[in-house]
Design a protein around this ligand. Sequence first.
Ligand SMILES: [Zn+2]
Length: 373
Amino acid sequence: MAGVQELSPCSHKTKMEENASLIYGLASCPATSFHEEMVAEFILAYLKDFGLEADRDSFGNIITKYQKGEARDTMALVAHMDHPGLEIIEANGNAPRSNLLGGVRPEYFQKDVSVRIFSGDKVVPGVIKRCTPAQADGLSVLDLETQGQVKVGDFGVWDIDDFQERDGFFHLRAADDLAGCGAALGTLRELSRAGATASVYAVFTRAEEVGLIGATLVAKEGLLPKDTIIVSLESSRELPGAQIGEGPVIRVGDARSTFHPEAERFLLAARDKLIAEDPSIKIQRQLMSGGTCEATAFSVFGYRSTGIAFPLGNYHNMSEGNELKAEYISSKDFDTGISLLVKAAQEAAAPGENTLMQRFITLSDRYRSRMML
Ligand SMILES: [Zn+2]
């Protein structure tokens, strides 16, 4: 992972350069479900640079809060630290077996896939030779050949470059969900730098890829006050109406549920304000039905939830020709996402008038007398 001096705010960097180096720092931390420690250390160091204390809950999720002034509503930005990968279940000399953690289709393992296995301080190169798809509720099994000894409980990631920035795109092995973690960190950075009035939690969860586990535990155990507005931050596969480079997507819902209009209202108000300041800014709004996100885990336990998604290419690294490649998002979508969240946090703290209601009132007032019988 990047050294801590890499994380320090640097006055001569533009905001976009700062965002890119934030993503680079996160991307340098390999992780999969249950093995998020390197990402967590990076996040804790970054928060410290902005004077923000963070707690680990009993499950290892990170919860921090930015609080300045009196805020009407409190928001929580939720992102997960893991990404699909593997965990060793039998050491077996140089032919270990592992479980696949997260959703990658079996056809992506028909050809050999190179991996890096993290075993203590060693990085052991290996190749996935075979995939036995999951039965019932179980996990798929991946048979490996490694160039060294590994242990039960070690984890591995695909041997794909951590990060490249090319032609306006961030290419990452794990844009899902390091872009979400980066958006939460970038938002807290901007709020604290501006000393803005707002009340915002950031929650960095574990084990999302195996069933939204960290988020569910936070929601079920009530670790956030019940009136908190939840904003799930995800990268989600590109869909018609939610295209890469056309802006971050205000997420109306996911594959399993429709989100809450009271929560979405702050994002819409923030969008309108940003567009009023700069009409060229791009923000989309769409039902992202490609998967289920952490907003739903909070909704089912009674929280008002909404979400933002960065449209993503090569979802879960699944590229054309059954090859695993880097995921990618637009760097501009990412920068705009942070601007949107900064505004939305301020909007939640001191909501402006409900412009939609105001519009309906003005129109109905105009025709009220004509409507009278
Ligand atoms: Zn995912």
